[in-house]
Design a protein around this ligand. Structure first.
Ligand SMILES: NC(=O)c1ccc[n+]([C@@H]2O[C@H](COP(=O)([O-])OP(=O)(O)OC[C@H]3O[C@@H](n4cnc5c(N)ncnc54)[C@H](O)[C@@H]3O)[C@@H](O)[C@H]2O)c1
Length: 439
């Protein structure tokens, strides 16, 4: 459990959790709006496992949020950074995910959250640019400025601890180089403005140096580079990623294990999306799309258990497309055509047309990973949180481990971890009488 520290000057209790979000766009503002609406009893946090799932199969089992020391909605302070100056009310209206009617009662709280100035580099995100950006002569100075922001936010909002979830735009793919391979090389790179150190990596470095868990919701590299894994381990801080598993990929990792369980063959899986929000505009750049494509392509092989059944899955053609199509806004449409084959090799087809809402699916994922990473940090965990794979398209795993993509196996991994904490919290300290009886 977190410590509760009294702030002598203000009389406030310093036991809040700061949820810090680099990138206050569609996902970030939808998350914040939903939590504020739930606090007011105006909306339900549907899709959030921490808020709805029981901790085990016992019919009387408490929900995860009641069984574990998970921050209550009233004890969360949201903050973040963006390259645009709009406060979260204006940014949420701009994102167009939530209706004006739903946003109106949240106006005061959302308007009070103003983005801190961002660390941004147009070489990494090419299709947008904004004015709310920090200036400094080195990347190390930018990291130091972020550390000041993190400390200042926690003080101002009476937070005893913090967790960060990257909800910023997808950056271009960065090949791992020497500068990413050790902490020493990375820190030298920060001082020398190495051009392969991305803004996400600078945010990640600043948070880890500040002892704050960092979770990557986008597909670009961040805490998965060896230098930052080394830093997380050295500082004893939790990390996880990457790329929230929300719409099309979520369904893929539900359906593929089912086909594989019935030993039906798959010869092709063609997935296409139309998307009209700012994320879609960023992904229209081939550099950012390549990062996303790699993440989306990675799931099928293991979800189908292909290595065990080469005769059914080895020749599979897997294609993923994303087209920027402004009229749809955040309401992405995904199509999947799946070519399967069965008894005596007879072919069949499955068509899926998912008319989803990207940020409505992503918000509960962002909430859960923030709350669970905070509990993990409180419980003394550190390094890569493999058991959070459930939430990611391209799960980051510990050295030597293979990522698991099957949603149901991922769910078992997650609950195994949550129950281990629950069971240890349930264990009763022996009373003096019990101890005497044992003698
Ligand atoms: N919505 C989903 O279902 C989903 C699923 C998986 C991953 N993602 C990823 O989550 C991220 C956010 O998605 P979104 O729909 O909210 O996009 P968005 O474009 O609405 O929001 C991203 C925000 O990040 C800001 N930004 C960009 N670079 C920044 C920087 N260096 N520092 C601070 N702010 C920065 C942008 O100005 C923008 O406001 C994207 O990378 C997206 O690919 C989204």
């Amino acid at each position: 459990m977190s410590s509760t520290i009294k702030d002598i000057d203000s009389g406030q209790t310093n036991d809040k959790l700061a949820v810090l979000i680099p990138g206050l766009g569609a996902v970030g503002t939808t998350l914040i709006a939903g939590v504020i609406a739930a606090r007011k009893g105006l909306a339900r946090p549907i899709g959030s496992l921490t808020q709805y799932a029981p901790i085990d199969d016992d019919p009387d089992a408490p929900r995860v949020c009641d069984a574990l020391p998970i921050a209550a909605f009233d004890n969360i302070a949201f903050g973040g950074w963006d390259i645009f100056e709009e406060n979260c009310f204006e940014a949420a209206r701009e994102a167009g995910v939530l209706s004006d009617d739903d946003l109106a009662p949240l106006r005061e709280e959302l308007s009070a959250i103003e983005p801190m100035s961002a660390v941004f580099d147009p070489d990494f995100v090419r299709n947008i640019d904004g004015p709310n950006v920090k200036e400094a002569s080195t990347k190390m100075e930018l990291a130091t400025a972020l550390m000041d922001d993190i400390e200042g936010f926690q003080k101002e909002h009476h937070c005893s601890r913090a967790v960060a979830v990257w909800c910023g735009s997808t950056e271009v793919h960065v090949e791992m180089q020497k500068v990413h391979m050790s902490l020493e090389a990375f820190e030298a790179g920060l001082r020398d403005n190495h051009d392969a150190i991305s803004p996400t990596m600078i945010y990640a470095y600043a948070h880890l140096k500040s002892g704050v868990p960092f979770i990557n919701g986008a597909p670009n590299s961040a805490v998965d580079c060896p230098a930052l894994i080394e830093l997380a381990e050295k500082e004893g801080v939790c990390i996880a990623g990457k790329d929230f598993k929300t719409g099309q990929t979520l369904l893929k990792t539900v359906l593929a294990p089912g086909l594989s369980a019935r030993l039906l063959g798959v010869s092709g899986w063609y997935s296409t999306n139309i998307l009209g929000n700012r994320d879609g505009a960023v992904l229209d750049d081939p550099g950012s799309f390549k990062t996303k494509e790699q993440s989306k392509l990675s799931v099928l092989h293991s979800s189908l258990d292909a290595p065990r059944h080469p005769e059914l899955y080895e020749d599979l053609t897997h294609k993923v497309r994303i087209d920027y199509y402004p009229p749809r806004g955040d309401n992405k449409e995904g199509w999947d055509n799946i070519d399967i084959f069965g008894w005596m090799d007879y072919p069949m087809q499955i068509k899926i047309n998912f008319l989803c809402r990207d940020s409505i699916l992503a918000a509960p994922v962002a909430l859960d990973v923030a709350l669970l990473a905070d509990v993990a940090q409180q419980q003394g965990d550190s390094g890569v949180l493999d058991w959070l794979s459930f939430y990611f398209k391209s799960p980051q795993v510990s050295d030597g481990e293979l990522p698991v993509h099957d949603l149901f196996v991922q769910r078992d991994m997650l609950f195994e971890k949550l129950r281990s904490w629950y069971t240890s919290e349930q264990q009763v300290e022996p009373t003096p009488q019990m101890a005497a009886g044992a003698e």
